[in-house]
Design a protein around this ligand. Structure first.
Ligand SMILES: C[S@@+](CC[C@H](N)C(=O)[O-])C[C@H]1O[C@@H](n2cnc3c(N)ncnc32)[C@H](O)[C@@H]1O
Length: 281
């Protein structure tokens, strides 16, 4: 196991340590599934992204593998929607969350947690309709990412699809500006010492998160690669005063930005949905 993987385990074991609070958060969403999904898939970037193009209905009755399931909210939502869900995370805390949610919510197919390293895990099922990840790939080094893709292709059914929601870094200038604006839990690059300390524990390796990278990577393994940019206008919600209804702005911004030229969206996007189909096998 490399240093980056160890950092991820330490970081996420700590982040997901409050089992009851994670599980209660999931159950709240499951108990109001339609209301939650209608709002989140129109407003919250990672849900807007992963659920792009009717994903919600596409997964019903399908076999789905989620990589980096983390707090397991998405794994649980997919299972409640009627998918047969397998979920993997390098943090064993995710397994504890899933065990508890399986106990408290009656899924048609309880979620199966795949413990530990995905690359060495032995899968009996090699016919997944979907292999997905939400804010996951950018936690892998390029070397590990390639190994993941070899295995993803082995596990996908011939008609299967792989889709990922990831940050998009397509402009160096914008990226530098972003690092210099502090956000809760991460100091500005201007505060050199504090930034250095933060960086030492950060579970994100130095790597390429551009749309070009994901296009090139996908083209090695799949015949069809589609990348949808997200957040060109939505990202400005951070600049709005706290009194302003930011959720309402975000929802509208996601609709408005679809009317912008794709070349503009590519540069200014904050995030991206990456859809790979027709594995070359
Ligand atoms: C940013 S979190 C995203 C969690 C969740 N998908 C979500 O949307 O909230 C990234 C997740 O990837 C997991 N992760 C990082 N490296 C991994 C690896 N090599 N294998 C499996 N999971 C990994 C982390 O433990 C963490 O739960």
């Amino acid at each position: 196991m490399d240093d980056n993987q160890k950092k991820n385990i330490d970081f996420y074991d700590q982040k997901y340590q409050f089992l009851d609070s994670e599980v209660n958060g999931i159950l709240k969403r499951l108990n109001k599934l339609d209301v939650f999904l209608a709002d989140a898939t129109a407003t919250d970037t990672s849900w807007v992204g992963l659920y792009h193009d009717d994903f919600q209905n596409k997964i019903v009755g399908k076999k789905v593998l989620e990589l980096g399931c983390g707090d397991c909210a998405n794994a649980a939502i997919m299972a409640a929607l009627g998918a047969e869900v397998y979920a993997n995370d390098i943090s064993s805390k995710s397994g504890e969350i899933i065990a508890k949610v399986n106990e408290l919510y009656k899924f048609t197919h309880p979620i199966v947690f795949i413990e530990g390293d995905f690359l060495t895990a032995d899968f009996k099922e090699k016919d997944f309709d979907f292999v997905v990840g939400k804010a996951f790939l950018h936690h892998l080094t390029h070397d590990i990412e390639r190994k993941f893709f070899n295995k993803i292709c082995e596990l996908l059914a011939p008609t299967g699809e792989s889709r990922f929601f990831e940050p998009a870094v397509n402009s160096r200038i914008l990226d530098e500006i972003r690092w210099h604006i502090p956000v809760p839990g991460r100091p500005s690059k201007f505060s050199k010492e504090a930034f250095k300390i933060w960086k030492a524990n950060d579970p994100h390796p130095e790597r390429d998160n551009s749309s070009k990278h994901f296009k090139r990577l996908g083209a090695k393994y799949f015949q069809d690669v589609q990348i949808i940019s997200l957040g060109t206008l939505e990202r400005f919600h951070r600049l709005l005063p706290a009194s302003y209804n930011q959720r309402s702005f975000r929802k509208k911004a996601f609709v408005w930005e679809r009317k912008l030229p794709s070349s503009l969206n590519r540069i200014f996007a904050r995030s991206q949905v990456i859809i790979y189909k027709n594995a070359k096998h």
